[in-house]
Design a protein around this ligand. Structure first.
Ligand code: NAD
Ligand code: ZN
Ligand code: ZN
Length: 344
């Protein structure tokens, strides 16, 4: 089968031919119908050889949906042709966090060498994807594959961050979304569907800000040195009760700290390497800062339910598997508005 692989440190990913996978006992083989392109892959492909954590070559793609092509021995409850989304943050399924459905925070994944597809295990940017366990599949139940695939990360990750902050997002509150790309433009829609908060979106690109307004942001602000002052002005000096930073670089975490309200909540989701100093006087009183990772299996089910109810619609552009390297180039150049989706 064809697969998009990251093969050489520092080089662009390549479309290659690899053997068709076959499901072993307990596994499920999917025919991939859509795979999402995440900015985290660009971070992965920038890591140096010394600290590169995964075996190469690596088939990319940690957002995947497909139809069941074959079942390994002992798998029941699924039938050939069933349309499913892949819950990506695979864990052991047994530890205390996995027992809560929070396989994203599995206590034993590292020790057991369990890696998400596309982030260590072979990913979804291929004609077929081997899924280690049927519990990592959620029925699409009528959702369109292209519209649904970004929800497995670009939907689930913001959903988890927003859910944590819900007690702060009362009527009259403000939520700030920094970086309105793949994750951010879904975050705006989730905030509108889940809260009565006023949503202020920040980005460096006017095109991204236009999309932010289109998907429900009440206000947009160019993300520059004056951005924090503008957000303060828009909130009569109070600031935002919740801030979601989908960039996570030094300037954006600084903005996040500068726009947070007293008792506000800052979620640093982007992996841009910025660090926000905390400590008495460093931030407004009682601000909480967290760096969440992906979400739980139950939350993926909730996000798909929201999409089925029409509350979230991902802005997508599609590419064939042969065009996948181009999708990464465009994402790297900031040219993808919404989410790029590969159709293997
Ligand atoms: P994306 O490229 O689609 O979106 C990033 C957006 O940020 C773009 O619109 C870009 O214009 C904007 N941006 C860049 N610099 C900015 C700045 N200084 N101020 C404001 N906006 C700026 O990327 P994505 O796929 O949505 O991923 C967003 C981030 O989240 C990445 O760092 C990614 O690695 C990370 N991520 C984290 C998790 C997690 O679990 N924590 C999950 C998925 C992605
Ligand atoms: Zn991702
Ligand atoms: Zn576990």
């Amino acid at each position: 089968m064809k697969a998009l692989q990251y093969r050489t440190i520092g080089a662009a990913p390549e479309v290659v031919t690899v053997p068709d996978p076959e499901p072993g006992p307990g596994q499920v083989l999917l025919k991939v119908t859509a795979a999402g392109v995440c900015h985290s892959d660009i971070a992965v492909m920038s890591w140096p050889a010394e600290s590169f954590p995964y075996p190469l070559p690596l088939t990319l793609g940690h957002e995947g949906v497909g139809t069941v092509a074959a079942l390994g021995a002992g798998v029941s409850g699924l039938g050939e042709g069933d349309a499913v989304a892949v819950y990506g943050p695979w864990g052991c399924g047994i530890c205390a966090k996995c027992a809560e459905g929070k396989e994203n925070y599995c206590l034993r994944a590292d020790e057991l060498g369990i890696r998400p597809p596309g982030l260590g295990a072979p990913g979804s940017m291929a004609e077929y994807l081997l899924v280690d366990d049927p519990r990592h599949l959620v029925p699409l139940d009528g959702l369109d594959p292209v519209a649904a695939v970004p929800l497995t990360d670009a939907g689930l990750t913001p959903y988890h961050a927003i859910k944590r902050a819900l007690p702060r997002l009362l009527p009259g509150s403000t939520a700030v979304v920094i970086g309105t790309g793949g994750l951010g433009h879904v975050a705006i829609q989730l905030l509108r569907a889940m809260t009565a908060a006023r949503v202020i979106a920040l980005d460096v690109s006017e095109d991204k800000l236009a999309l932010a307004r289109q998907v429900g942001a009440h206000e947009t602000v160019l993300s520059d040195a004056d951005a924090a002052a503008k957000v303060r002005e828009l909130t009569a000096g109070v600031g935002a009760q919740a801030v979601f930073d989908f960039v996570g670089a030094e300037p954006t975490v600084r903005t996040a700290g500068a726009v947070a309200a007293v008792e506000g909540d800052i979620s640093i989701v982007g992996i841009g390497g910025g660090a926000l100093p905390v400590g008495f006087g460093a931030l407004p009183f009682e601000v909480s800062v967290s760096a969440p990772y992906w979400g739980s299996r139950g939350e993926l089910i909730e996000v798909l339910d929201l999409a089925r109810a029409g509350a979230v619609s991902v802005h997508t552009e599609t590419y064939s598997l042969d065009e996948a390297p181009l999708a990464y180039e465009r994402l790297h150049a900031g040219k993808v508005n919404g989410r790029a989706v590969i159709l293997p």
